[in-house]
Design a protein around this ligand. Structure first.
Ligand code: HGY
Ligand code: MN
Ligand code: MN
Ligand code: MN
Length: 425
């Protein structure tokens, strides 16, 4: 099949699953709460420590490390590069190491460290491949500042003025935190890759849902990635004394926020049975228990797998919020990011993943991704595929996020076989 012929018997190259497990356990300690999950918001001190740990891991293995303008880390093997045609664009594989608040230890980390393990094995075995290989850590995948920021900046581009407008979930400005972490905003706004810079790309990721585990399947072949968007809704009323202000004269931003929180999830099923809407952050200011809330900041995150319906969902959300603000006599400001369209995964890459799964005697099924991933941006500039492994109980974005170690090993081996298959196709 495709894989066996194109890899010239390279299927003998096996990942070192013990070393990968050790890496995942070690990275899972950086930014961990005393009792709970991981806090590694992009460019925070914990994320910076994790990025430094990763870079040290690479350099200690003799790999070459580059950090681009937006903070994506791109790693190559000087030995493997010396044995291949480095005029040909490389095969990329990677994911992210930033996390959601109180997040899990596998989301992003698995694909990042498995890609590093694959590159180490190619380096150690001095594999002769037809193309170079790069492993990558994408910056701010979890959208502390903007959804999939690192991969968007190198594919579609991000302007300096957008970067200067970005604030994190903790209210900090991107430019301040990014600069404090050693970043250069000028370079960040100038990090779009030249045409053809990536040959192809493959990302390993936990499913973050219940399907593979429920069906008893080893590997998910991702068919496509959901479209997504969102941003911040700000309602402005009037601060007043909680004791002396009659209910009839209040302009209570908190009541407006409550109406938004109740109304928005109900919009999803009106658009499609796979649309989802989430308001994960609500901040009332000035935040005194005896002060009528003057301002409400509400985050909104929406997803829809059908391209034509992403705009429909966004417009329905905006219209609903506008009518609630008017009804409650509140001023309204909405700052939404550019929506990220849903994308299909590349058929040829999927065929190579499929051949690898068959050659290893593992089970597989096709599965869509309800989570966003850097691969949806990378797929706009290069043929891209994704490999899923099961999530225990389907849980993710929480401390309970977990994947069995044998599934970790299977996923990483299929990733290595796929990278080799892509490099030699
Ligand atoms: O939100 C997501 O889907 C991804 O984890 N950033
Ligand atoms: Mn992820
Ligand atoms: Mn995530
Ligand atoms: Mn993601």
């Amino acid at each position: 099949n495709i894989l066996l012929t194109s890899t010239r018997g390279l299927l003998m190259t096996l990942i070192d699953s013990r070393r990968l497990t050790e890496d995942l356990v070690r990275l899972g300690e950086i930014g961990r709460r005393v009792a709970g999950g991981l806090d590694r918001s992009s460019f925070s001190p914990a994320d910076t420590a994790a990025r430094q740990w990763y870079i040290d891991r690479c350099t200690r293995s003799g790999l070459d490390v580059q950090v681009d303008g937006i903070g994506n880390i791109i790693v190559g093997s000087p030995i493997a590069d010396a044995l291949t045609d480095t005029d040909r664009p490389p095969v990329w594989s990677g994911s992210h190491i930033d996390t959601v608040p109180n997040g899990g230890a596998f989301d992003g980390a698995l694909g990042t460290l498995a890609a590093l393990e694959c590159l180490r094995r190619i380096h150690e075995e001095k594999l002769v491949l037809d193309r170079p290989v790069r492993c990558v850590v994408y910056a701010d995948e979890e959208g502390n500042y903007a959804h999939l920021l690192g991969s968007r900046a190198i594919t579609g581009g991000v302007t300096r003025s957008e970067l200067e407008s970005l604030t994190g979930r903790d209210g900090d400005r991107f430019v301040d935190t990014f600069t404090a972490a050693g970043g250069d905003v000028e370079r960040a706004a100038d990090s779009v890759l030249p045409e053809g810079a990536i040959d192809s790309s493959v990302e390993l990721h936990i499913e973050q849902g219940p399907v593979l585990e429920a069906q008893g399947i080893d590997i998910g072949l991702v068919t496509g990635i959901v479209g997504l968007g969102g941003g911040t809704i700000t309602l402005r009323g009037q601060a007043d004394h909680a004791g002396t202000t009659p209910m009839s004269t209040r302009k209570d931003a908190g009541v407006g926020a409550g109406a938004v929180l109740l109304a928005l999830p109900g919009i999803a099923p009106m658009v499609s049975d796979r649309a989802v809407v989430t308001c994960g952050i609500v901040r009332l200011l000035p935040g005194g228990s005896n002060v009528v809330p003057e301002t409400a900041h509400i985050s909104v995150d929406f997803r829809e797998p059908t391209a034509e319906l992403v705009g429909v969902l966004e417009s329905a959300i905006i219209a609903e919020v506008e009518s609630i603000a008017a009804e409650h006599g509140l001023d309204l400001e909405m700052e939404f990011e550019p929506t990220v369209p849903p994308v299909p995964m590349d058929e040829e890459v999927r065929d190579i993943i499929c051949a690898a799964v068959e050659a290893r005697g593992l089970t597989q099924m096709s599965i869509p991704s309800g989570a966003g991933h850097d691969s949806q941006n990378i797929s706009t500039v290069a043929p891209t595929g994704m490999i899923f492994v099961p999530s225990i109980g389907g849980r993710s974005h929480c401390p309970e996020e977990e994947t069995r170690w044998d599934d970790v090993g299977n996923g990483a081996q299929i990733l290595l076989d796929t990278i080799i298959g892509l490099a030699n196709r």
